[in-house]
Design a protein around this ligand. Sequence first.
Ligand code: CUA
Length: 158
Amino acid sequence: MNVPFYEKIWMWVAGGICVAFAATVLITGIGGALQPPSHVETIDPTQVFRDPRFAHPGVRVDEHGTTVITVGMMFAYVPAEIRVPVGKPVTFRMTSADVTHGFLIVGTNANTMLVPGYVSQFTTSFPEPGEYLIVCNEYCGLGHHLMAAKLIVTAAQP
Ligand code: CUA
């Protein structure tokens, strides 16, 4: 097959772009330890606060570790302030009481959608103590830009 010289150049450029796109996904995904929430668990979005799993949002510590129960709704998170220990695995269990919201802890790999009808769950840990901003990164209505909360990662007990 006779492929003209300039066409060969463009084929290599197109192939290179495909490789670059795939590498971007792999490097950010594996390098940043990003992972899609893996638990497929449903909930009635109209009954979130009556559901025993979400009736008492907040931080729970037991023999399994730290679990954060959070509900997103227009235009706030419940609870608005979350305290977790540094360097320990923390499992977030979250859902939405109305429309689709986002849940991004700025500067960390914690980032998921809160989809009404589903429970989003992931486990991560925070190596640095400090205050982190939690923001909604899915447009959810007129107050979207006001939807935020605070994560406080506390230093280990002496
Ligand atoms: Cu909630 Cu945007």
